[in-house]
Write a protein that binds this ligand. Structure first.
Ligand code: NDP
Ligand code: PYC
Length: 338
């Protein structure tokens, strides 16, 4: 069956309507529809429309507050902005905190946004892009739930803990990377399972700790960290900074609370914004100009920059619309009728 092409706006309206019908308030529905549409627009299927069912399951199970209105908390420290998501999704909490984070990073040179008590399922590149659009560099990270074995271990403990970085560029899309600290996002394993495809070797172990390429066995077992002990250490750092340090759940705690990996976990998120101008003040050279020389040298070797694939997909979707399979369209229609 052939694909259907929808405009970005039309897809947002459909997904927003599904979440409104499921009981989310306008703030929650609109913000999570925005990140899901952005993922489809940028050809990041692991966090696109397939995530709608997980969000709906989480709403039905009462594990997210459908009427949550995130709250900006009084500031104790000028460079730490805190938003409580009030057990709603992380995305509206981020949207509330972003302008304050930008203002604080511009005035202090560096500032952090702490999001607490949030249900989280989305990709992080959209968040660091919010900073690069304001001329800032930034990092974003969060735990997830225990699905990844620490390197040398054989049972799930760490989350797939995403880590994103953005650097602003003038007249060009920013330099952005965003990856799970497991070999691949768990969403990729689920997409392999749905497609009946074996996993590449080195992604996961089964529940007996043996290497597996079977997605079912991998989902029941443990995923592996990217880069062995290095990814395992970065994943642990994220548990420390974006879990324990901000007074929120670590991945094993999030899984204990939820009791399943079929719903979305509740935990916090940490976003740090840097002003390149403030850090380089008094030093020779313009940091954005110097960065361009580095990017040119990378490209000059025939390498590509992270997010280049995504930005190309975005340009195509903005021009031609978003192409969804017949199965995906059926899913959207069914979810709206349910
Ligand atoms: P990928 O491995 O698909 O991509 C990781 C990054 O590497 C991207 O920025 C990608 O850019 C870049 N990249 C890929 N290939 C190359 C290359 N050859 N040269 C240069 N750069 C390259 O991502 P993951 O599967 O690890 O993660 C996917 C998403 O899952 C992320 O957006 C992450 O935030 C999300 N996630 C969310 C979680 C959560 O708890 N909320 C948990 C785990 C993951 P490009 O996109 O252009 O290919
Ligand atoms: O893809 O690993 C993942 C993931 C976990 C929670 C949201 N996405």
């Amino acid at each position: 069956m052939s694909n259907t092409v929808l405009t970005i706006d039309a897809l947002h309206k459909r997904i927003d309507a599904i979440f409104r019908k499921a009981g989310l308030n306008a703030i929650q529905a609109s913000a999570i529809a925005r990140v899901i549409v952005a993922a489809e627009r940028d050809a990041c299927k692991s966090h696109g429309v397939y995530r709608i069912e997980g969000a709906l399951r989480t709403i039905k199970a009462g594990k997210v507050e459908p009427d949550a209105v995130p709250e900006l908390l009084p500031q104790d420290a000028p460079a730490i902005v805190k938003v409580n998501a009030k057990r709603g999704f992380a995305n509206p909490a981020f949207e509330l905190g972003l302008p304050v984070l930008i203002e604080r990073a511009r005035s202090c040179g560096v500032a952090a946004l702490v999001i607490n008590d949030a249900v989280h399922f989305s990709a992080l590149w959209a968040e660091v892009e919010g900073l690069t659009q304001a001329g800032l560099a930034g990092l974003a990270m969060c735990p997830s739930y225990a699905t990844v074995a620490p390197t040398g271990g054989n049972r799930p403990l760490l989350g797939t803990n995403p880590f994103a970085f953005g650097w602003p560029r003038e007249g060009q899309p920013p330099y952005v990377f965003d990856f799970a600290t497991s070999v691949a996002a768990r969403g990729e394993i689920e997409l392999h399972r749905r497609a009946g495809k074996a996993l590449p070797e080195g992604w996961a172990m089964d529940s007996d700790g043996r290497p597996t390429t079977d997605p079912e066995a991998a989902l029941a077992g443990a995923m592996l960290s990217f880069g062995g002990h290095k990814g395992s250490a970065i994943g642990t750092m994220i548990e420390l900074l974006a879990g324990i340090m901000i007074g929120d759940q670590t991945s094993p705690e999030a899984l204990d609370l939820l009791g399943t990996t079929t719903l979305f976990p509740s935990h916090g998120e940490l976003i740090i914004a840097f002003s390149p101008q403030a850090f380089s003040a008094g030093r020779p050279g313009n940091p954005l100009g110097r960065a361009e020389a580095l990017f040119e040298a990378i490209l000059g070797q025939g390498a590509r920059l992270p997010s280049q694939r995504r930005f190309l997909a975005r340009a195509t979707a903005e021009r031609d619309g978003i192409s969804l399979s017949a199965k995906e369209i059926e899913q959207l229609d069914r979810l709206l009728d349910e």
